[in-house]
Design a protein around this ligand. Structure first.
Ligand code: ADP
Length: 320
């Protein structure tokens, strides 16, 4: 392995910069030239590939987003388009590629790996924590902390003024952000796709909590279930209860990465290059029980990410 490239793709997440830095520096440390691909698969097809030196990834470990830029390119699903990407990599003599992103990015990587001898390794970069093959994705911890900080602020006004607040958080179809944030903020209710409950049950709990003397209730709603305005409207219409809501939106994706995300990104980036040096291919790296692991992309994409529902039970017990 003499030359490798790295790209970030799909939704950005805090820690992607730390991941790129780790890949680039590990490569250079091992005598391998490192290249950065700008704007994900789009840049790969457009040939936006630049050699990176150690200094090019200096001063970025602390920055959110991704300095390489990210993009979405629907046409990457077409073989002819992927062919152009392969030609661009070949032109530069690149023998290994690290892609950092979510499951869409992994799908692109798997398709590409079937059409070239360039070795490809995936790294999980998304705030949603919705990829199997790892306990945690790069960016999840930072987003979680951003959400918790926001809920703490909303709690102040919830207890001063309004009785019930719904806070809608990201996560796509996964409830991880909602569940973890719900526990960490001591929220009264957590509504996630993995553990659906009827709105009747939710409201019953609100009423019981009020009877027990709770001054306010905070409901954390995962975006994969429904939108906060819709839930507020149903509660108002069916039960006559006024509910305020906040959609946290894209603030969840930004900000300086947490220490945990920087460390995760650094470890996984180092490991991804280690695998390339060993000529591994079509795999993705992850962390399980604090151990670095790798798994075939094909298997990861076929396996649904599982949320630990024991944590949900704990949240129920603690929010009485
Ligand atoms: P994420 O990686 O965050 O899940 P996306 O789902 O948008 O983000 O995927 C990122 C990019 O990966 C897409 O814009 C597209 O270029 C590529 N991609 C997604 N699915 C496929 C697929 N089935 N085949 C080839 N490329 C894909």
């Amino acid at each position: 392995m003499r030359k490798i490239a790295v790209l970030t793709s799909g939704g950005d997440s805090p820690g992607m910069n730390a991941a790129v830095r780790s890949v680039v520096r590990t490569a250079i440390f091992n005598g391998i030239e490192a290249y950065g691909v700008y704007h994900g698969y789009k840049g790969l097809v457009e040939g936006k590939i630049k050699k990176l030196e150690c200094g090019d990834v200096g001063n970025i470990i602390n920055r959110g987003g991704t300095f390489l830029g990210s993009a979405r390119l629907e046409q990457f699903k077409e073989k002819e388009v992927r062919n152009i990407a392969i030609k661009n990599l070949k032109k530069l003599g690149i023998e290994g590629l690290v892609v950092i992103g979510g499951d869409g990015t992994y799908r692109g990587a798997l398709a590409l790996s079937k059409e070239t001898d360039i070795k490809i390794i995936g790294m999980p970069g998304t705030i949603d924590n919705d990829i199997s093959g790892t306990d945690f994705t790069i960016g999840f911890d930072t987003a979680l902390n951003t959400i918790v900080e926001s809920i703490d602020k909303i709690r102040d006004t919830a207890s001063s003024h309004e009785r019930v607040f719904i806070i809608e958080v990201m996560g796509r179809d996964a409830g991880d952000l909602a569940l973890y944030a719900g526990i960490a903020s001591g929220s009264e209710s957590i509504i996630i796709p993995e553990k659906k409950e009827s709105i009747d049950t939710l409201v019953e709990r609100l009423i019981q909590a009020e009877k027990r003397g709770k001054k306010h209730s905070i409901i954390i709603l995962a975006e994969g279930v429904m939108s906060a305005p819709d839930l507020a409207a149903i509660i108002k219409e069916k039960y006559g209860i006024n509910v305020k809501y906040t959609i946290l939106g894209h603030i969840q994706r930004g900000g300086a990465p947490s220490g945990i995300d920087r460390i995760l990104a650094s470890r996984l980036g180092n490991y991804a290059v280690e695998l390339l040096i060993k000529n591994e291919n079509a795999k993705a790296v992850g962390i399980k029980n604090n151990k670095l692991v790798n798994e075939k992309l094909e298997k990861i994409l076929k396996t649904k990410h599982k949320l630990d529902l024991k944590i949900f039970e704990i949240s129920r017990q603690l929010s009485i």
